[in-house]
Design a protein around this ligand. Structure first.
Ligand SMILES: [Zn+2]
Length: 65
């Protein structure tokens, strides 16, 4: 079991409720395939996922639709 392969569970998109996915383009980023919302780029999958998840729970834009 390689912990580098663990992908954290992502929260649903705070904008449209769709399930986001992790994309890679030099850095990792969580992106919603439906509305195009995306989180900040991160050097690790885990970091990108954590930032995305935090945005959904404590960001003032939570619930924005
Ligand atoms: Zn979305």
């Amino acid at each position: 079991m390689d912990k580098n392969e663990v992908i954290p569970i992502l929260k649903a998109c705070p904008f449209c409720g769709d399930m986001p996915q992790i994309v890679f383009g030099g850095t990792f980023r969580v992106q919603c395939p439906d509305c195009g919302a995306n989180g900040p780029p991160f050097p690790s999958i885990e970091g990108a996922a954590k930032r995305w998840n935090r945005r959904g729970s404590s960001d003032p834009m939570d619930g924005f639709a």
